[in-house]
Design a protein around this ligand. Structure first.
Ligand code: DX5
Ligand code: ZN
Length: 217
């Protein structure tokens, strides 16, 4: 399904109220919920782990899209699968055995995603396209929400060409706004993650603000 999907990132939501925040954005039309896991090692920030993902899960009706910015990945796959992740995305830079990691994610019953940092070329995932369901193109250096978008349309277009007929999503993550989203979609993206652009407009007590921001993208 290559229709456009909006995936609000709860990294920009109220950490004391994830349940209400997820319900609010879904009520306003969010397609997926993007969940950013950071370990303070692969990226210079710490967010939360599988226990928090499990606590959020019952508050999400749709797809729980878990972005693992952690290394190593393999020891934690089962815990995130048990937490109810629908998609588990690992970074191609997270270790020497990304192929094994992606196989293990599928074996655990999740869809498998592979993410690329801005400095990593599209060719790094070329030999993985038959074993993934999603390629995540980072348009910021991962670690923090609210950063400036790095334009990478040629890389997105290269990936779309490489993917061909395979049922593989292209997700864009970082600095997506009403201004930067169109060039990503034009280049071939079908999933847009947005943290600040969706959540900065309001709190869970003001779901309409989310809706306006989501639809504006
Ligand atoms: C960055 C995260 C992103 C981030 C996006 O490390 O992977 O998902 O939350 O936030 P915005 O949309 O604010 O750049
Ligand atoms: Zn992310």
């Amino acid at each position: 399904d290559r229709s456009l999907k909006i995936a609000p990132s709860i990294l920009a939501a109220d950490f004391a109220d994830f349940g209400a925040e997820c319900a609010a954005v879904e009520a306003q039309g969010a397609d997926w919920i993007h969940v950013d896991v950071m370990d303070g090692h692969f990226v210079p920030n710490i967010s939360f782990g599988p226990t928090t993902c499990a606590a959020i899960r019952p508050h999400i009706k749709g797809v729980m899209d878990v972005h693992l910015m952690i290394a190593p990945v393999d020891p934690y796959i089962d815990a995130f699968a048990a937490a109810g992740a629908d998609i588990l995305t690992a970074h191609v830079e997270a270790g020497p055995h990304i192929h094994r990691t992606l196989q293990a994610i599928r074996a655990a019953g999740c869809k498998a995603g592979v993410a690329l940092n801005p400095g990593t070329p599209a060719s790094a995932v070329e030999d993985l396209l038959d074993i993934v369901d999603l390629v995540c193109v980072m348009t910021v250096n991962p670690g923090f929400g609210g950063q400036k978008f790095i334009p990478l349309a040629p890389k997105i277009a290269t990936l779309r060409r490489m993917i061909g007929d395979r049922p593989v999503h292209i997700e864009i993550d970082g600095g997506v706004t009403v201004d930067t989203a169109p060039e990503c979609v034009k280049a071939g993206a079908d999933v847009l993650v947005a943290g600040s652009a969706v959540f900065k407009g309001g709190s869970a007590s003001d779901p309409a603000a989310y809706g306006d921001n989501i639809r504006a993208i």
